[in-house]
Write a protein that binds this ligand. Structure first.
Ligand code: FDA
Length: 393
């Protein structure tokens, strides 16, 4: 193909953020080209939420996001809210339900969300092209120029919406960061987030518990999450751990309260009520048996409760409340639901997502250093940041 096609905006990456951005700008009358190297759009949406897409969370607020600048997400999140996305879903007749903790899922399939976004881009007459690679993008005279396969294009606006490197087997790369750096933006070091943690050393005993899950409160840094933890053959997972992993840094501990609902002094009281019971039996009422056994071994309190001093039991209670694990790593980008870090918000306008140093360049979605909690928050950021840029292009 020869010739160069002119557009008002090029959106690179047809994931959640790119689709929303392109649809929004297209419906404002902008001529938008949406490009994706994958053979189909919205692949992560299709596998999300176990195939049902946890598309938003009704408790969305800036405090549920990590970023070097915790204020950055406020403006976009306030201007495109979960209620706005729910209204869109409702207009398309997609049935949904709240599963738990404000997490909204499709009753049917994540495919409905992709079909909805494609319908919205069609309404905006967005030109979508997939399955080629972008060989070059350059900027001069207030114009971006590039080649996709052998299709050449120009536009005064370019949106980086190519996500982060989590799940590389789906084609995820650090492309966004390379491009951003090339145009003078800084990148906060990317790291796997919402990711299982691995255990070694003295904690290795717990790997025997692979498959055991229990409700806990998990803490990393200043964050605490009350949800289920799951032991795996490599270490720790489950929602409480995935959440904590986003706040965890190498060398730091993760503490777990195995009995977040237990009243202070419960173990001494258990001794008074059932002096012949073992600690494993006392714990077994509240925890899975295999976990109760391992904890009892680690606490080195064999035999009957009646044979233990109140002091020892009080100490054991404290340890069960603040059990300290020392993860030796994470399962990495291969297993991370999202990437923390990314294109630094310091170089972007929080109103429009446009680069302060290069008018016409935008960055949205997971590519940016804004990372949500587990439970629909990451898609809400993709919708909100995509909408903010799409309103401005
Ligand atoms: P996203 O990764 O969706 O899209 C980027 C696009 O850019 C892709 O289509 C990719 O092919 C394309 N691309 C990459 N490099 C390119 C290049 N060089 N040229 C052209 N195109 C390129 N979140 C949530 O809120 N609720 C949930 O239920 C889940 N569930 C979930 C499950 C699993 C298994 C994963 C891995 C992740 C989730 N997430 C989630 C997170 C969520 O999927 C993620 O935050 C968003 O998809 C981010 O949207 P983006 O559009 O920013 O990137």
């Amino acid at each position: 193909m020869t010739g160069i096609a002119d557009y008002d905006a090029i959106v690179l990456g047809a994931g959640a953020a790119g689709l929303m951005c392109a649809a929004t700008a297209g419906q404002r009358g902008r001529r938008v080209l949406l490009l994706d190297q994958a053979d189909q759009v919205g692949k992560k949406i299709l596998i999300s939420g176990g195939g049902r897409c946890n598309f938003t969370n009704i408790h969305t607020g800036p405090e549920r996001y990590l970023s070097a600048n915790p204020h950055f997400a406020k403006s976009a999140l306030a201007r495109y809210t979960p209620a706005d996305f729910i209204a869109l879903v409702d207009r398309h007749g997609i049935a949904w339900h709240e599963k738990t903790l404000g997490q909204l899922f499709c009753d049917g399939s994540a495919r409905q969300i992709v079909a909805m976004l494609l319908a919205e881009t069609a309404k905006g007459k967005v030109d979508i092209r997939c399955g080629q690679s972008l060989s070059e993008v350059e900027h001069s005279d207030a114009t971006f120029r590039g080649t996709f396969g052998n299709f050449r294009f120009t536009a005064p606006n370019l949106v980086i919406a190519t996500g982060g490197p989590s799940i590389p087997r789906m084609g995820a790369t650090g492309f966004a960061y390379d491009l951003a750096r090339r145009f003078g933006l800084k990148v906060v070091e990317p790291r796997p987030a919402l990711v299982p943690l691995t255990l070694g050393g003295a904690d290795v005993l717990f790997r025997e518990l692979s498959g055991v899950a229990t409700p806990v409160e998990a803490r990393a840094g200043k964050a605490a999450f009350r949800e289920a933890a799951l032991f795996t053959h490599r270490g720790l997972s489950g929602p409480a751990i995935l959440q904590a992993s986003s706040y965890w840094r190498h060398g730091e501990p993760v503490t777990i309260d195995f009995l977040p609902d237990a009243a202070p002094g419960w173990l001494v009281e258990a001794k008074r009520a059932r002096p012949r019971a073992t600690l494993a039996a006392a714990l077994g009422g509240a925890l899975p048996d295999r976990l109760a056994q391992v904890l009892t071994e680690r606490l080195a309190l064999p035999g009957e409760l009646g044979a233990q001093s109140d002091r020892k039991l009080a100490d054991a209670e404290v340890r069960l409340k603040r059990w300290t694990f020392h993860p030796n790593g994470t399962e990495g980008f291969a297993k991370a639901e999202v990437t923390a870090g990314g294109i630094s918000t310091a170089g972007l306008s929080s109103q429009t997502m446009m680069a302060k140093s290069l008018p016409g360049l935008y960055a949205i979605g997971e590519a940016v250093d804004v990372t949500g909690w587990l439970g629909g928050y990451n898609f809400q950021w993709a919708w909100a940041s995509g909408y903010a840029a799409g309103q401005t292009l």
